[in-house]
Design a protein around this ligand. Structure first.
Ligand code: UD1
Length: 417
């Protein structure tokens, strides 16, 4: 099994290009199912979850081609409407295929996605919304057997939580439904706007994406189109943390600065110089980081839960205490025990973590507990004295493409074995 080794204490300086957003690429790939013809997606990151999505599309009969970061999907050859359990388990977000398959095929069969490292990940909101759109869903022994009589129909849907995945499933199902769908309390994440942009380019009629009320006027069908996936804001936040903990000075290329607004304040509070420019951003660290105060994770435009672990790792080195309140996922502090092995002083009680802040961390043998928790360990290791060995790095590989090369090019001593 591969491991990452990092010898910490090196100052990072130079430029890193930020790749496309995983959380945009995955629903966009599901959306290609709705487009009768060929769709071309640029800036698709070379990640395991993208590979898993392509495998699902191929299983359904689509012809897919991947050249660099461009993925071409021809869905005119679609034959299937089921996703086997093995493929469903590879990636929890495969549930986003449900709305698209049901809308395109009039039926869908897939297994329930299991729990995940961050605690239970229910899909009740997805299912309730799709039922409102006319999908008949039988839940049986972990299987979802879904049928549509004729065509899905528009509905007014009030989401009790602005769930990203549920909003995406509704967009996909409603784009070709009969009549108008209105989503109240829709998720406002940039990835939702990106999916709506893709669908509109393919002929859909969606207004209001990015706000909490989205209106979708269903069209008969969608055509193939070309789209470029937005930059990954969580990757950008992670590299910012890497610069911060190493006393570094980095320029991040291909970022969408407006998507980063919720996290920039934390880096400024830590004493970093943050200079946004067009599609790029410079971050320069102070001699000693300051505490970030209280960070509360929230739905967008609040502080993103996915940036909580790397920013907490940064705060572990601050000159004073910081507090993190995790409001989105129940179990998102697992990685903190691993940080403690490196000398971090963090107390967790339920959804709150109090980080004391220490002058230095030391290298240790640690294990990535989940994707962003793994990234937090990388951040800590870059600053720690000595060598850190990180295993279970398959978690990190789900969301970070070419992490070692990107960090090595700006001065990190990092290798994979
Ligand atoms: C997406 C992102 C993930 C990010 C999260 C929150 C993808 C592939 N993943 O996940 O990286 O951390 O948004 O920004 O885009 N909930 C329910 N019932 C449901 C659905 C969700 O109770 O049917 C709850 C969840 O348990 C969680 C909260 O709602 O507590 C938010 O989840 P959601 O926004 O749906 O996250 P995902 O779409 O799974």
């Amino acid at each position: 099994m591969s491991k990452i080794y990092i010898e910490g204490g090196r100052r990072l300086a130079g430029e890193i290009r930020v790749h496309g957003a995983k959380n945009s690429a995955l629903p966009a790939l599901a959306a290609t199912l709705l487009c009768r013809g060929v769709s071309v997606l640029h800036n698709c990151p070379p990640l395991l979850d993208v590979t898993a999505s392509i495998r699902i599309l191929e299983h359904l009969g689509c012809v897919c081609r991947r050249e660099g970061t461009t993925v071409t999907v021809d869905s005119s050859t679609l034959t299937g409407f089921d996703i086997p359990d093995t493929l469903m388990r590879e990636m929890r977000s495969s549930i986003v295929f449900l709305g698209a398959i049901a809308a395109r095929c009039g039926q869908a069969r897939l297994s329930f996605p299991g729990g995940c490292e961050l605690g239970p990940r229910p899909i009740d909101l997805h299912l309730a919304a799709l039922r409102q759109l006319g999908l008949n869903i039988q839940e049986d022994h972990g299987l979802l057997d879904c049928t549509v009589q004729k065509r899905l129909s528009g509905a007014v849907i009030n989401l009790s939580i602005p769930s990203v995945g549920a909003t995406e499933n509704i967009l996909l199902a409603a784009a070709t439904a009969k009549g108008r769908t209105v989503i109240h309390n829709a998720a406002r994440e940039p990835e939702i706007s990106d999916l709506a942009a893709f669908l509109n380019r393919a002929g859909a009629c969606i207004r209001g994406a990015g706000s909490s009320i989205i209106e979708i006027d269903g069209v008969y069908d969608l055509h193939g189109t070309e789209h470029t996936v937005i930059p990954d804001r969580i990757i950008a936040a992670t590299y910012m943390a890497a610069a911060a903990v190493t006393g570094g000075d980095l320029i991040l290329r291909d970022v969408e600065v407006s998507h980063l607004t919720p996290v920039l304040d934390s880096f400024r509070a830590a004493g970093c110089l943050v200079e946004p420019a067009v599609k790029s951003l410079r971050i320069a660290a102070p001699d000693r980081l300051k505490p970030v105060g209280t960070v509360r994770t929230m739905a967008y435009p609040g502080f993103p839960t996915d940036a909580q672990p790397p920013v907490l790792a940064m705060s572990a080195l601050a000159d004073g205490p910081s507090v993190f309140v995790e409001n989105i996922f129940e179990n998102r502090f697992k990685y903190v025990d691993e940080l403690a092995r490196m000398g971090a002083k963090v107390k967790v009680e339920g959804r709150v973590a109090v980080v004391e802040g220490v002058p230095a961390l030391s290298g240790a043998t640690v294990s990535a507990t989940d994707l962003r928790g793994g990234a937090a360990l990388v951040i800590a290791a870059l600053a720690a004295s000595g060598v850190t060995e990180i295993d279970e790095i398959r978690h990190i590989d789900r969301g970070y493409a070419d992490l070692e090369n990107s960090l090595r090019e700006v001065g990190a001593n990092i290798k994979r074995e």
